[in-house]
Design a protein around this ligand. Sequence first.
Ligand SMILES: [Zn+2]
Ligand SMILES: [Zn+2]
Length: 143
Amino acid sequence: MIHHTATRSIPLRYYYQLMSQLNPESQNHMTEGKQQMMAEASASRDLISMIDKNLLECGICNEPFVDPRGLPCLHAFCFNCLETWSKSCSDDCSIVSCPLCQKVHHIPEEEGIGGFPVHFIMTNLKQTVDHLKQVGLGLYVKK
Ligand SMILES: [Zn+2]
Ligand SMILES: [Zn+2]
């Protein structure tokens, strides 16, 4: 019998694979499967909240993106946030500096902030993460 405490540092997936190789007739098979499932669900949950926090929050309002627009530096911000931000310009209002990297970009003359493209990567990622939260993970618990 292998003690769980001795194998903590081995990734769970590898550990259970090893266990089933060493001991194919393991009586604890069901329990292990369940433990692995829970470990995987917890890892997925961590990953999702990491993506949510690190990638899907607007650097201006610190809220989840609403209509994310991409600047040429590839940073994304909500359309409304970017518009408010660009109006806080001091002298030259035809440019906007990125709040994150300070790169200066020309605001499209005719369309204004609306001329910056929809950030499709953020849009798709957000849809995917929202979907996973709702249906992909039965064990997902909202914070
Ligand atoms: Zn925002
Ligand atoms: Zn930037």
